[in-house]
Design a protein around this ligand. Structure first.
Ligand SMILES: [Zn+2]
Length: 564
């Protein structure tokens, strides 16, 4: 036979964790045909020159729900070797939706995931109502494969309208929600996403609908997955309820489906908690229950101004000010009485929902606006406060007010303890991922997760073998989300492949680009050392450039595939 693609002389890492070996990979009709020492005619030959050939990476936690409509490559995940992205996480999705609910639904995605509203207004064509119609709309033209989750907030808004953040659902509304979830699963959605993140608000300052649902509603929706016999459940903000009263373990037990939740991480605001969390997950796994946290190889650095800041939102006096107009913010931050209240809340003991660690030494002045403040760039608030003989809160707010809220700050409180991160990333009880691709587009980029794992954690820190790291990015993730035909480099599997150089692979330097609708800007993070990204047998990216091919498709759950 004539192959469509023959990759010669690769160091094959097949995604199972088995040792690498040298060989060729043959592809025909979008699938891997054979692996080994191969000859024969091929329409295209790629010389891998001893570089790694691996299954394409699965970027398992993304918010490209809107972006995919104007950017079918879902950049920039694919530049880091991702051939599949999973969208619809954390209860947020753009379907199902009725015409009068569009603005509200887009507002949730905009506010929670920090995607500018004018970008969404200009870029989302709203040609669908139901979830299957949305799947069809995005499937028109795709660079990468896209797996979808049906989001509980969208479902609740669809069923309950304006009151979706106000009250429990009636029996009729619940039945409608269950029907919508069933319809999505039957159309091939990979599962359902819910949230227990009580810090997620919409543009009007109301908690997003899914966070308002009582537990009984979560169980009723999860039960649809049991009935249909397929799908995963993803839960945003799952750590607190799981550690409090095993909510997600109970949910997984009740419906018999796997639950993936956010997040197992090391963070300054809760030192040592990751250890307790990991012990909890090991115990759950020993009982045969599938409630599994995601973990993240990145050190999330949050870049913000006090015009749009979520860092202090867990505190009651702070929250309404953060949501107020810029003038009102300035007035509040100047007012001594208000400031006393803000200070008291920051100084109170940390709770499980705290969003700020009080670690002023981790809060950096990234970009002062005024020339006379240039010297503060790169310094942390604790240092600055000391030099100015002020309380850190005063130093911080004085600067913000002095610069009319335009100072750019950065806060890196997460994954700053290397040993802890190494243990978390190596644990079989967690799944690596959580890039949040498509979200927080002007604040931070974590789509470099795979290249950071391979470059920093494997090559520089040596925390695991290359084979293990590839497995973390491929098979482990595909299996966790029910993607049955990808994640392994084996005959019969879909030909999603990445060719990379393990000696140079790493995230590139971040910059900004104006390539969003309405001339919106965002952070761009490209990669080094990724030579080819192949999707369904077609080359999508070659040495960092798009080939013009659109070989991606909407992925379906196994049950949907069987029924065809
Ligand atoms: Zn999310």
């Amino acid at each position: 036979m004539t192959y469509d693609l023959l990759i010669k002389d690769g160091r094959i890492i097949d995604g199972s964790g088995r040792p690498a070996f040298h060989g060729d990979v043959a592809v025909a009709e979008g699938k891997i045909v054979e692996v080994g020492r191969l000859d024969g005619a091929a329409r295209r030959v790629i010389e891998a020159d001893g570089r790694v050939v691996a299954p394409g990476f699965v970027d398992n936690h993304c918010h490209y729900d809107a972006q995919v409509l104007w950017d079918p490559l879902c950049t920039f995940s694919c530049y880091h070797g991702a051939t599949t992205v999973i969208i619809g996480n954390c209860s947020l999705a753009l379907a199902p939706v009725r015409a009068h609910g569009r603005e509200k639904l887009a507002g949730m995605l905009s506010y929670v995931e920090a995607i500018p509203m004018d970008v969404l207004q200009a870029g989302v064509p709203w040609t669908w109502e139901t979830f299957p119609e949305y799947m069809k709309a995005i499937g028109q033209r795709l660079g990468v494969n896209v797996g979808t989750l049906v989001g509980h907030s969208a479902v609740r808004l669809y069923a309950m309208g304006e009151e979706c953040s106000e009250r429990p659902a009636t029996d009729g509304e619940l039945a409608l929600m269950r029907g919508v979830v069933r319809e999505a699963l039957e159309a091939g959605a990979l599962g359902l996403s819910i949230t227990r993140n009580m810090n997620h608000f919409d543009i009007a300052g109301k908690r997003i609908p899914a966070a308002c649902a009582p537990e009984s509603e979560l169980f009723a929706l999860a039960d649809v997955l049991r009935e249909v016999g397929t799908g995963v459940i993803q839960c945003g903000g799952g750590t607190n309820p799981e550690l409090k009263d095993r909510l997600l373990s109970r949910l997984a037990q009740a419906c018999g489906r796997q639950i993936m939740y956010n997040t197992l991480l090391e963070q300054a605001r809760q030192p040592g908690r990751w250890r307790t969390h990991l012990a909890h997950v090991e115990e759950t796994a020993r009982q045969g229950i599938r409630a599994v946290p995601l973990c993240n190889p990145g050190s999330i650095v949050n870049r913000f101004t006090m015009k749009n800041c979520q860092v202090f939102r867990s505190m009651p006096t702070w929250l309404p000010i953060l949501q107020a107009s810029d003038e009102e913010k300035m007035r509040a931050y100047r007012d001594p009485e208000t400031r006393a209240k803000l200070r008291a809340e920051v100084e109170a003991p940390l709770g499980p929902d705290s969003t700020f660690s009080k670690r002023w030494d981790l809060l950096i002045v990234e970009q002062p606006r005024r020339t006379e403040n240039r010297g503060l760039a790169g310094r942390d608030i604790a240092q600055i406060a000391k030099a100015q003989g002020k309380d850190p809160l005063d130093a911080f707010l004085d600067l913000a007010v002095d610069e009319e809220l335009e100072t750019v700050f950065s806060l890196g409180e997460i994954n700053s303890d290397t040993d802890a991160v190494a243990q978390i990333l190596g644990s079989p009880y967690a799944v690596v991922g959580l890039s949040d691709g498509g979200a927080h587009v002007q604040f931070h980029s974590n789509v470099g997760n795979p290249t950071r794992l391979l470059g920093y954690w494997v090559r520089e820190k040596g925390i695991m073998s290359l084979e293990h790291a590839v497995r973390r990015l491929t098979f482990d993730s595909a299996a966790a989300f029910g993607i049955y035909d990808r994640g392994l480099l084996q005959p019969g599997m879909a030909a999603d492949l990445v060719i990379f150089d393990p000696d140079t692979v790493q995230p590139g330097k971040q910059d900004t680009v104006h390539d969003f609708p309405n001339d919106g800007w965002r952070i761009r993070e490209l990669a080094e050392g990724i030579h080819y990204t192949v999707v369904n047998g077609d080359v999508l990216l070659e040495k960092g450039a798009h080939t013009g091919n659109y070989p991606g498709r909407v992925l379906h759950n196994a049950r949907h595939q069987m029924a065809r």
